[in-house]
Design a protein around this ligand. Structure first.
Ligand code: GFB
Length: 317
């Protein structure tokens, strides 16, 4: 049940960004600096979030008012499909510890990050929040999706049964500065930036695309997500998840062509169909967040240029 005319003040609050070294966490820290709040972070060497007692003690000691749970094991289709054990286990451990400890230590607001891949494989498009659990999951990321669904439900039960303001935000496929550009473990957009930019520099004529290139994906710049998370922290309170995306999709081959155009590479693509396509369509319905007054602002063309620059800078090209 969504609370109407809800407002939450971030100013002056202690806000713990769990997972501050990841792509999402870094962007959140940057965005939160505009909110006049006190940002809290902890390095993995100091606190391993899979350890329950230590996590509980850390939260007790630091007493954050707000927790943004951006810590998770993430990866692209190959990393997900070949490591389902750790995508399920690690994510369950991290989120269970943080959510339960937050509830026990009087955290006023917790924001859990879900993912569009937790909706059913054959969900109606664009995907509304109500599609959750209506049909079977996509097999290539089943472990990850099950963990995220468990986290979403845990927040929802705390909300309903214990009056905790714990919400779930459901972003679509993300990209942007500080993405993982390793082509074996990354998501498609970062992988293609890596492969196509290197092909241009090394004067290679061919770049491999996994699968058929036909699936469509919706891409949201991570700075838009960070902005949406701040907005929702202040304006959304419900036991139901809320989608964040652009509601515009693009096929993988179109994405590859777009990147090639920006980079100025004129070669050909080879399709490796030994690697699966995954779900064919995944476009979110963002009516709910739009009605609250938030919309994305970074167009994919602009976001791609900026992310290519980030990749080039990180690799000294
Ligand atoms: O981004 P991606 O790895 O993940 O792949 P998902 C998207 C599509 O791009 C798939 C194709 O059809 C891939 O086969 N693809 C083509 C490539 N070339 C490449 C490449 O070089 N690298 C990669 N990685 N893909 C993930 C889930 O699914 O979505 C996660 O596995 C997560 O759980 C994430 O939720 C948002 O979009 O298929």
């Amino acid at each position: 049940m969504e609370k109407k005319n809800y407002k939450f003040e971030l100013k002056g609050k202690k806000v713990w960004v769990a997972g501050h070294n990841g792509m999402v966490g870094k962007s959140l820290v940057k965005r939160l600096r505009k909110e006049n709040c006190l940002i809290q972070t902890v390095e993995k060497t100091e606190l391993n979030l899979v350890e329950q007692e230590k996590t509980n003690n850390w939260i007790k000691e630091k007493s954050p008012n707000v927790v943004i749970l951006a810590a998770a094991k993430v990866g692209g289709i190959l990393a997900n499909s070949s490591n389902q054990t750790s995508f399920l286990y690690d994510n369950l451990m991290i989120q269970n510890n943080i959510i339960k400890s937050s509830a026990e230590n009087n955290v006023e607001k917790l924001v859990f990050l879900g993912s569009s891949c937790i909706y059913p494989r054959d969900a109606s498009q664009p995907i509304q929040e109500e599609e959750l659990l209506k049909k079977p999951l996509e097999k290539t990321n089943e472990g990850y999706a099950l963990a995220k669904i468990a986290g979403l439900k845990l927040c929802s039960y705390y909300f309903k049964e214990h009056d905790k303001d714990f919400i779930t935000v459901m972003p679509t496929n993300l990209y942007g500065d500080n993405d993982n550009y390793n082509p074996q473990t990354s998501h498609v957009l970062a992988a293609l930036i890596n492969k196509i930019t290197k092909a241009k520099i090394e004067k290679n004529k061919f770049v491999e695309i996994w699968g058929t290139g036909k699936p469509k994906r919706e891409f949201l710049h991570v700075h838009d997500l960070a902005d949406a998370v701040c907005f929702l922290t202040k304006n959304y309170s419900s036991d139901e998840p809320i989608n964040v995306g652009t509601s515009k999709d693009i096929s993988i081959i179109e994405l590859a062509e777009e990147i090639s155009g920006i980079v100025g590479w004129k070669g050909s693509f080879i399709f490796n169909t030994d690697i699966p396509d995954g779900t064919l369509l995944k476009r979110l319905d963002i009516t709910k967040i739009r009605n609250l007054g938030w919309s994305p602002s970074i167009h994919i063309k602009e976001g791609l240029k900026q992310t290519i620059n980030d990749f080039m800078k990180k690799n000294n090209f």
